[in-house]
Design a protein around this ligand. Structure first.
Ligand SMILES: [Zn+2]
Length: 435
């Protein structure tokens, strides 16, 4: 796991997460296209018990399924810790062995142009961290996903996708880093403010170009032809003030069994897409409930609010970086061969310190995203008016996300509300609206 990704790219990742419903999962098992509400019979007015209805939905999941999804999700808590420690070790190794200083020296010997030196260093850094992190990347991204039957890709195509990701990181990360280090050289006192501003700027650019230039590298997007699904989705969009003319289908099944949909892009590149797993396995009511949720992200301007929220966090992160970088480099800088913040050989230290900050902030970022997700849920319920379909979809999610965590567990580790909370919200909505 790449420390730089965990640190600086957290903004992009987190903002993507706010507009996506990552991983609605159907790990094998029978298709859930049949749509049968549990305890759907609201009795005489006022007798519908939302809590009992929620428990009835949860009871549809077998103990074995619950144990498996709990194991997958709780294993993820530890993976976050191991990923952080592994990345920190890689960064410290690069500093302590002076590998980072040697990569900088090679770049300096190759060219006299400072910007090119930054870019050359970045390519070496990216390659070195990718190689050193490879065992953990294979375990988390390939072995573990297959073990839980979430992945559909064989090793070759998976490796190909990793290589493409590396190439995108080399180009976009290279451009960002050249600009950031140019500022670091020119602003020895205010570098941290400029660095924060540029990080937000490049994250926003990445979000904007992603649907047009990045996502098509990994998957194919085609306009949805089936009018029986396209029609209702576009009606839902128009009714909620979304100027959508097309709905796109993405062939996500070539990588995963997860069911998902998203509204991606920024300003002119915004686009509604649902994946082929969702299309194959969900009823129209379920698709509508998912799309209602996604439209909520759009109508409530979650992308823009997320940029502001994460922007504030990035500025605080860079303030922490300014405080800590000077202290650490005063003590070990000469041993590691780092001259100061403007020296590109210090990048592993920057990545390490930012990853410490963002690792500590995980409950904060999770809560920022989870809050938006709960807002989108309520919007989706009001827009699609399908509380039972929503509950069914929440159960699919529960196949890889722990359905009923403790309250503190949910605050610390959940970037979406838990299945229990989402179904309870849907059943409360139902109790108040459809009785
Ligand atoms: Zn969402």
């Amino acid at each position: 796991m790449n420390v730089f990704r965990t640190g600086v790219r957290v903004l992009v990742v987190a903002l993507m997460a706010t507009v996506a419903l990552p991983g609605f999962v159907l790990a094998g098992g029978p298709s859930q296209t049949s749509f049968q509400p549990v305890t759907a019979q609201a009795g005489p007015s006022g007798t519908f018990d939302a809590v009992a209805a929620t428990e009835a939905y949860l009871a549809k999941v077998t103990a074995e399924q619950r144990a498996r999804s709990d194991a997958y999700f709780e294993g993820g808590y530890w993976l976050q810790l191991w990923g952080f420690l592994y990345g920190a070790t890689v960064a410290l190794l690069m500093l302590a062995t002076r590998l980072s200083a040697r990569m900088r020296d090679l770049a300096v010997r190759t060219t006299r142009i400072a910007s090119l030196q930054t870019a050359l260093y970045w390519f070496q850094y990216l390659l070195a961290t990718a190689i050193l992190s490879f065992p953990l990347t294979v375990y988390t991204g390939f072995i573990r996903e297959h073990k839980y039957r979430l992945a559909t890709q064989s090793f070759g195509p998976w490796l190909g996708d990793q290589a493409k990701g590396l190439l995108v990181g080399a180009i976009l990360g290279g451009l960002a880093l050249v600009a950031i280090y140019a500022v670091f050289r020119r602003a020895p006192r205010t570098w941290w403010l400029w660095g924060a501003g540029l990080s937000v700027f490049f994250a926003v650019i990445a979000m904007g170009v992603s649907p047009v230039f990045i996502e098509p590298l990994f998957n194919t997007y085609t306009p949805l032809k089936d009018e029986s699904i396209r029609g209702p989705i576009l009606r839902l969009a128009r009714a909620n003030g979304i100027p959508a003319a097309d709905v796109f289908v993405v062939d996500a099944s070539k990588q995963t069994t997860r069911v998902s949909a998203n509204v991606a892009g920024f300003l002119g590149t915004q686009r509604i897409a649902l994946n082929d797993n969702l299309l194959k396995r969900c009823s129209l009511a379920e698709i509508e409930s998912v799309m209602g949720h996604e439209m909520g992200h759009y109508v409530l301007n979650h992308v823009y609010k997320g940029i502001v929220e994460f922007g504030v966090l990035i500025v605080i992160g860079f303030a922490f970086l300014r405080w800590s970088f000077d202290r650490v480099s005063a003590r070990w800088g000469s041993r590691w061969g780092i001259a100061g913040i403007a020296d590109v050989a210090g990048l592993p230290l920057i990545a390490l310190l930012l990853s410490v900050f963002f690792f500590a902030m995980t409950p904060v970022t999770n809560t920022m995203i989870r809050t938006q997700e709960a807002e989108a849920d309520i919007f989706g319920l009001n827009a699609a008016r399908q509380p039972d379909a929503e509950a069914e979809v929440d159960l699919m999610l529960g196949e890889y996300r722990k359905l009923k965590p403790g309250p503190l567990e949910e605050v610390l580790f959940f970037d979406h509300p838990s299945g229990y909370r989402r179904i309870l919200m849907a059943m409360r909505w139902k109790a108040e609206n459809l009785r």
